[in-house]
Design a binder for this molecule. Structure first.
Ligand code: ADP
Length: 492
């Protein structure tokens, strides 16, 4: 009877429900866009109720479209935009402020107040002190909603990331919990002791009673009647989107790496039971907890990845759609050695430079828009290499294979160039929705839908393989050029 796993994939731009069969294939999916609000410059907020309503909507649509019966679903997994923070009233279940989205910079000043505690925060959480993470967002809400601090102290308010919020709503307020991967993005969780950290909660003046219980990513969190009022379906998998994708990509062994090429790029490396402290600007984070065992990851990010292709399309009008970028590159008949540094919002790992802005280098009278398109695609690969090189230095190892997913992996030119410039094989899975798949695998493991990870490995399939073809001299010349371009952009 239990034929399927259902994942709720709550992302920054949309909420999706995806139904998977035992082979990890997509049976059906439904999607709703989510509104983003920008009340002030660099603030990004969402309506927490809209997040929940969109979740109900997509589950309903899926049900109706596939004639799905609740008994056919073995378990539900949740994966979510990470760090986005919601505070709600325990009694009414209503949010007291909008969800503050991970991208929002509205808590910059709050973070600055704790600058002298940066090292301590990093040591305990593996993260950097930055508005990105949840602690300063909770602080902001408690500061800005009248009476909130007092109510929180009395135990009347609850805080959580999106997974925790959805879990609470889906279980009709019975369960207030989160998983290790999401907790590790709050700046309040000690990734070594696996507990909410008293010192950090004190520092941010956040009452610990507001925070959810923390469990394994594959865990029986509770049951929901969302699929049918008379049938309970267990929610048994929760993980933040990048960690879920690491799991969905079967990066189960230390040293396994995946890169997701979306708006930005997120590179994660499984580091097993070890927390690796980066010397090169990477974050240490919890990958997941499964069977009572927590595993860690190193994480680096490229701020502008596929977004640079949107820039070519929308601002420069060089292409009509993202896919055209590949055709343009194929039609080039002149060789130009140019570089585009798409530092539109600064540069992420390993530079962490907020001040640098975009630049182009090496232009000649012969440069055409086609060369610019090509150099922009190459920049995605160069930036990813920067992150991966930093990782390799931190763990002193070689990278055998890079597993890839995300929208921009549809571009074969980009993938081949990435393999060439990294001198590493690249594998792309058959099921592109690795984030949702990861949450489904986690949910399935908990209920015995999958016996163990070995069974998951057997069903997981890859379709595209790219092998490096570039000579080492050419690779070195090209990457040296990129390094010079970044350096020049940074001193401008
Ligand atoms: P997100 O989850 O961040 O919204 P997606 O994984 O949906 O991102 O990927 C969308 C991004 O991928 C966009 O920035 C888009 O420009 C880029 N993209 C999509 N198709 C291609 C392509 N064929 N070549 C290059 N970039 C692409």
């Amino acid at each position: 009877m239990n034929e399927y796993l259902l994942t709720v994939d709550q992302g920054t731009t949309s909420t999706r429900a995806i139904l998977f069969n035992h082979d990890g294939q997509i049976v059906a999916k439904a999607q709703r866009e989510i509104n983003n609000y920008f009340p002030h410059e660099a603030w990004v907020e969402q309506d927490a109720l809209e997040i929940y309503v969109s979740t109900m909507d997509v589950i309903n649509e899926l049900k109706v479209r596939t004639n799905l019966r609740a008994e056919q679903v073995a378990a539900i997994g949740i994966t979510n935009q990470r760090e986005t923070t919601i505070v709600w009233d325990k009694e009414t279940g209503l949010p007291i402020y909008n969800a503050i989205v991970w991208q929002s910079k509205q808590t910059k000043d709050i973070c600055e107040k704790f600058r002298d505690k940066e090292e301590m925060i990093k040591e305990k959480t593996g993260l950097i002190l930055n508005p990105y993470f949840s602690a300063s967002k909770i602080r902001f809400i408690l500061d800005n909603v009248p009476g909130a601090q007092e109510r929180a102290e009395k135990g009347e308010l609850m805080a959580g990331t999106v997974d925790s919020w959805l879990l609470y709503k889906l279980t009709k307020g019975e369960v207030h919990a989160t998983d290790y991967s999401n907790a590790s993005r709050t700046l309040l969780f000690n990734i070594h002791d696996l507990k909410w950290d008293e010192d950090l909660c004190k520092l941010f003046n956040i009452p610990m009673c507001m925070l959810p219980e923390v469990h394994d990513s594959s865990y029986n969190y509770g049951k929901t009647t969302i699929l049918a009022h008379n049938h309970l379906v267990p929610i048994t998998g929760i993980a933040g989107d990048q960690q879920a994708s690491l799991f969905g990509q079967n990066c189960f062994a230390p040293g396994d790496v995946k890169n997701t090429y979306g708006t930005g790029c997120f590179v994660l490396m499984n580091t097993g039971s070890e927390v690796i402290k980066s010397k090169y600007g990477l974050l240490s984070t919890i990958a997941w907890g499964v069977n009572g065992k927590v595993e860690y990851a190193l994480e680096g990010s490229v701020l502008i990845g596929g977004a640079s292709i949107q820039w070519l399309r929308d601002q420069l009008k060089m292409i009509e759609n993202a896919a055209q970028s590949e055709e343009v590159v194929k039609s080039i008949d002149n060789e130009e050695n140019i570089y585009v540094v798409p530092a539109f919002v600064g540069l992420g790992t390993p530079y962490w430079d907020d001040h640098v802005r975009g630049a182009m280098f090496g232009l000649t009278r012969g440069t055409t828009y086609k060369n610019i398109v090509k150099a922009t695609l190459q920049a995605i690969a160069y930036q990813s290499k920067d992150v991966i090189e930093a990782m390799k230095k931190d763990v002193h190892c070689k990278l055998k294979t890079l597993k890839v997913d995300g929208g921009a992996t549809a571009n074969h030119y980009l993938m081949q160039f990435q393999a060439d410039i990294l001198n590493t094989k690249i594998k792309r899975p058959v099921v592109a929705e690795t984030t949702a798949l990861g949450a489904a695998y986690l949910a399935g493991l908990c209920v015995g839908y999958y016996k163990d990870i070995e069974e998951i490995k057997l069903i997981h399939q890859y379709k595209d393989h790219y092998k490096p073809q570039m000579s080492s001299t050419e690779r070195k010349t090209k990457y040296d050029g990129w390094k010079r371009a970044v350096k020049a952009a940074r001193v401008f």
